[in-house]
Every structure is written in structure tokens, then in C-alpha cells.
Design a protein around this ligand. Structure first.
Ligand code: A2P
Length: 339
């Protein structure tokens, strides 16, 4: 590992991009130069990094020439076009979009779960960062799977608006203000009013009746956990919270796992914090998770209705562990082991 690497953040003005720059600084990532890129709309905008000001540049075909690592969070179409270009220029891309996640040649990595998979970055010069809801679920499921083999997962999510991006954060803020002032709201980002509402609709609906977000949770979990046979079903819902996703997760394991055993395993799990003391009204909540790095798990209990079932409640900051932090952790593995 060297003292400094040439790093670029693509989509640096977005909800995740801004956090990527912040996490690089907070974790003291060895950066010799940092470039921040976005669309032409953002040319000249200023971001701060380690007390210096960085001017946002427009992303162009040759922008990543000479860079070593690029963290992408500018949407699927930007990633589909620019990530292979970067890869060919010798710049390793950690991509937060869904564009490359299910490409068999591209590793899909959560450092606490499958760090070894990073090695396959060599195939295309791209490493995919999973979906936010998937990341926080697999860091909790991994130690339980290793101990007792998870056969089936039933998950329902309660997802904050920041996962959709800056425009959605503004939409919730604006609609909340408007409704408290007895004004009409006009949804733009979401199909319905999000303030004071909840809808089971994230991403387009597919032919099988699931949404794209739900199938991301199914397919990505299997790929990251290297468990193609794991049975998973998901319902994903958007709720009027700014930061932090919550999930109710029910698992069935091959061998019986008591709640106590699960709690002990999760106490030792990297990146996980057990917050599970109902007597003291302690359980994970998005307001606790937001701004922190840990994935919180609580309400750990044995399912009354099936053999070998466990119920869990998980919350994490979707912009940090669900996106920016996970991407920077992947970059940390890259420089330690491969660059
Ligand atoms: P910009 O702010 O210039 O539009 P979010 O997920 O919060 O909506 O952020 C999306 C990020 O992706 C923003 O930084 C946005 O830049 C960037 N982006 C969107 N389209 C492009 C593009 N064609 N080229 C480069 N960056 C883009």
C-alpha cells in the first residue's frame, strides 16, 4: 500500500457522492489527489475535502485518464457507459449503481461478507456496490448463515427517501412543509405524496409481480452470500423518513438457532451493533442509525409459527453503510491487497 492514490468521485454532487467525499476524509483514505465529477449542470460547484476546496468538473470520456480508483454514484446509465471506459484506462471503478451488479464477471462486495470476491475486479476493472437494503441485511445474515445455514428469508423494508437521491430528500421536506401549511402537494419524484404516507413500490414493477428493488434483494443476497439456493422473498416500501432504512427480517435455518445464540453471534459480527433490550425500550431505529457506520440489529426472537425460525429488526444509514461507506471499504481492500 502506498501513501496516496489518485481518486475520483463521479456523481460527487449527489446524496451518495457528497457522503463518499466525507467518508474518504473521515477514514483517512490515502488520497494523493481527489477529483470530483458530475454533470455539466454542476461545473464550478465547490466541495470541501481536508480543508481544501475542490471544483466540480464535468464527466467526459477522458476524465478518468490517470486516475487509479473512481467511486461512481451517478446512476445506471452513467455507469453503463463510463465504467468500462474507466476500466480500460486502468482506473478501477467501485460502482454504486445497479448497472453491473448481476454481471457474472463483476464482483458484488460487502467487505464484512465476501471480501475475497474483490479479486475478480481484474475481469472488467469494475467492482459493484450492492443495493442499500441488501447490504444491511447481509452483514447481519452472514454470521447466522455460517452457524446454522439459512434456508429461507422473508424481508419487508421501510426505506427512507435519501435512497432515491437529493431530489427525493427535497420532495419530502417540501411536501411536509406544504401539508403543515394546508397547501396542496404535487408529487414529482414519487408516484404519490410521500409525506405522511407509505407505499409498497420501489422501482418498476416486473412481470412476476415483484418490484425491481425486491428482486435486487433476492438476487444480490444470493450472489454476495454465495448461496444460489437460498429462498428469499421481499416486500420493499418507501416511508417518509429522510435517512436510514429499517427491515423486518424472518429467517429459517437448517439447524435450530436460539435467540440467545444468535445474539452472541451478532455481538461478535464485524460492522454489526446489537441493540436489543426491549425492557429498556432499546431497539434499532433510523434516527439512531443515521450518521453512524454500524448496522443495528434487535428484536431478536424465535419465531412462534415455524421450526427453526428467527425474527430480527435491522436498521442502518442507507447513505453510509448502504452506499458510500461500503464503497470506500471496498476501495480500502483494493489498495491493501491489489493495487
Ligand atoms: P448533477 O448534480 O450535476 O446533476 P442523486 O442520486 O442525489 O440524484 O445524484 C446523482 C449524481 O449523479 C449527481 O452528482 C449528478 O450530477 C450526477 N449525474 C447525473 N447525471 C450525470 C451525467 N450524465 N454525467 C455525470 N454525472 C451525472
Amino acid at each position: 500500500m502506498r501513501d496516496g492514490y489518485r481518486v475520483a468521485v463521479v456523481g460527487a454532487t449527489g446524496a451518495v457522492g457528497v457522503e463518499m467525499v466525507k467518508v474518504l476524509e473521515q477514514r483517512n483514505f490515502p488520497v494523493s489527489s481527489l477529483r470530483v465529477l458530475a454533470s455539466a449542470r454542476s461545473i464550478g460547484k465547490i466541495l470541501e475535502f481536508r480543508g481544501d476546496t475542490l471544483r466540480v468538473e464535468e464527466l467526459k470520456e477522458d476524465s478518468l485518464k490517470g486516475e487509479e480508483i473512481a467511486l461512481f454514484s451517478a446512476g445506471g446509465s452513467v455507469s453503463r457507459h463510463f465504467a468500462p471506459i474507466a476500466g480500460k484506462l486502468g482506473c478501477v471503478v467501485v460502482d454504486n449503481s445497479s448497472a453491473w451488479r448481476m454481471d457474472a464477471a463483476v464482483p458484488l462486495v460487502v467487505p464484512e461478507v465476501n471480501p475475497h470476491a474483490v479479486a475478480a475486479y481484474k475481469n472488467k476493472g469494475i467492482i459493484a456496490n450492492p443495493n442499500c437494503s441488501t447490504i444491511q441485511m447481509v452483514v447481519v445474515l452472514k454470521p447466522l448463515h455460517d452457524a446454522a445455514t439459512i434456508e429461507r428469508v422473508v424481508v419487508s423494508t421501510y426505506q427512507s427517501v435519501s435512497g432515491t437521491g437529493m431530489k427525493a430528500i427535497h420532495e419530502l421536506e417540501e411536501q411536509t412543509r406544504q401539508l403543515l401549511n394546508f397547501q396542496e402537494v404535487a408529487p414529482k419524484v414519487y408516484p404519490y405524496q410521500i409525506a405522511f404516507n407509505c407505499f409498497p413500490h420501489i422501482g418498476p414493477f416486473l412481470e412476476n409481480g415483484y418490484t425491481e428493488e425486491e428482486m435486487k434483494m433476492v438476487n444480490e443476497t444470493r450472489k454476495i452470500m454465495e448461496a444460489p439456493e437460498m429462498r428469499i422473498t421481499a416486500t420493499t416500501a418507501r416511508i417518509p423518513v429522510f435517512y436510514g432504512h429499517s427491515e423486518a427480517v424472518n429467517i429459517q435455518t437448517r439447524r435450530k438457532l436460539t435467540a440467545k445464540e444468535a445474539r452472541v453471534l451478532l455481538f461478535k459480527a464485524p460492522g454489526v451493533r446489537v441493540v436489543d433490550n426491549p425492557g429498556e425500550r432499546l431497539y434499532p431505529m433510523p434516527i439512531e442509525a443515521a450518521g453512524t457506520d454500524d448496522t443495528l440489529v434487535g428484536r431478536i426472537r424465535e419465531d412462534l409459527s415455524v421450526e427453526n425460525g428467527l425474527d430480527l429488526w435491522i436498521a442502518a444509514d442507507n447513505i453510509r453503510k448502504g452506499a458510500a461507506l461500503n464503497a470506500v471499504q471496498i476501495a480500502e481492500i483494493m489498495i491493501k491487497e491489489y493495487l
